[in-house]
Design a protein around this ligand. Structure first.
Ligand code: NAD
Ligand code: SER
Length: 321
């Protein structure tokens, strides 16, 4: 069956890369990017784009009908650090966006939904090492509470209304094509930019804060793989754990030193430390491996090599323009 896909939040860290990968697989004209602001030049010039505020369900319906959309990837959200600064608005956006999309699937207007959850569903009472798929989830951030509530609603809509919604709990994501959007794991992207530009970085988490992270190509592949997996393989309709790579600021800094000898890191911890301390240090994703054959491909060394090469090229190109 021909799929017409709508990506909501196409201008963000994930959307910037996901839209282009989906266009490679499903055809440029069949993947409609949308956001409240313009997306990258590459997205805007390679296929359809719509300005869409996902809070406006009539406009969402109009765009879905116009493009005969069969699948929605819902990426619009306020991430952990920014959400703490605007609690009411973040809760409204993170929940209303999900209901607006799930309700279209409930009415059978669209057939399949991707909605990402996060390691933020876990909290200070969760076992922090190799956090299992099923464990204590008592998040203490507005973002984490919204993701946990979202997971419960996804499962509810599957059980009660047979909505084919699929979800993964992304770790902190690291890519070179776009900037991160206000999360607690943002340092792991910023550090590469600052290392190349300034040879120094002041980190807002302390040196030993180990968190689960993932290189963007693995995250995009996971997203496509779970959406393309046969229905029978997707046995969890809340959200699947994904492990990725666990490291601390000190460890990534040491890895960067292998490429930039003179790079130096120092620390000026802020409110994000408390959020990071409430999250797991490592994740057990054996259930995703078993159900839909998930395998992480990148380790810290390989990710760092690719980040350095790609970002150095990007800055060189920018300075030649
Ligand atoms: P991002 O903040 O970079 O991008 C979100 C996009 O949504 C932005 O382009 C923004 O303009 C758009 N947006 C905001 N409000 C909107 C609205 N009302 N209507 C339409 N678009 C709107 O976020 P991201 O990093 O790309 O994350 C995408 C999803 O993945 C989110 O649900 C996030 O919680 C989840 N996630 C991300 C990470 C990560 O490390 N990046 C980790 C776990 C989960
Ligand atoms: N990377 C995200 C954040 O820090 C986790 O969902 O908010």
């Amino acid at each position: 069956m021909k799929e017409n896909i709508l990506v909501v939040g196409s201008s963000g860290q994930i959307g910037t890369e996901l839209v282009l990968e989906l266009r490679k697989s499903y055809g440029n004209m069949n993947v409609i990017a949308s956001d409240i602001r313009d997306s990258s030049d590459e997205i805007m010039s390679s296929g359809p784009f719509e300005i869409l505020n996902i809070m406006d369900k009539d406009e969402l319906f109009r765009i879905v009908k116009k493009h005969q959309i069969s699948q929605v990837y819902l990426l619009a959200a306020i991430l952990s650090a920014n959400a703490e600064k605007n609690i009411d608005f973040s809760w409204q956006l993170n929940m209303t966006s999900l209901f607006n999309v799930l309700n279209l699937a409930k009415e059978n207007i669209i057939k399949k939904v991707f909605w990402p959850s996060s390691i933020a569903v876990f909290g200070p009472t969760t076992p922090q090492i190799k956090t299992p798929q099923y464990t204590i989830t008592e998040p203490n951030t507005v973002y984490g509470i919204s993701k946990l509530a979202g997971e419960r609603w996804c499962e509810y809509y599957f059980e009660k209304f047979n909505v084919d919604v699929r979800s993964i709990r992304y770790p902190g994501l690291i890519g070179w094509k776009s900037q991160p959007g206000g999360g607690t794991t943002d340092y792991a992207v910023e550090i590469f930019h600052k290392a190349i530009k300034d040879k120094e970085y002041t980190c807002f988490l302390n040196s030993k804060t180990t968190l689960p992270m993932m290189y963007m190509p693995d995250a995009i592949r996971a997203t496509k793989e779970i959406m393309e997996a046969p229905l029978s393989e997707i046995k969890i309709r809340s959200s699947y754990n994904l492990a990725g790579i666990s490291f601390s600021p000190e460890e990534i800094s040491n890895e960067i030193n292998k490429h930039i000898d003179s790079f130096k890191i120092d620390y000026n911890v802020d409110f994000r430390q408390k959020i990071a301390d409430s999250w797991p240090k490592s994740i057990d994703d054996s259930v995703a491996q078993e159900h839909w054959n998930w395998q992480t491909q990148y380790d810290l060394k390989r990710m760092t090599e690719e980040m350095m090469i790609n970002l150095k090229n990007k800055y060189k190109l920018a300075s030649n323009e």
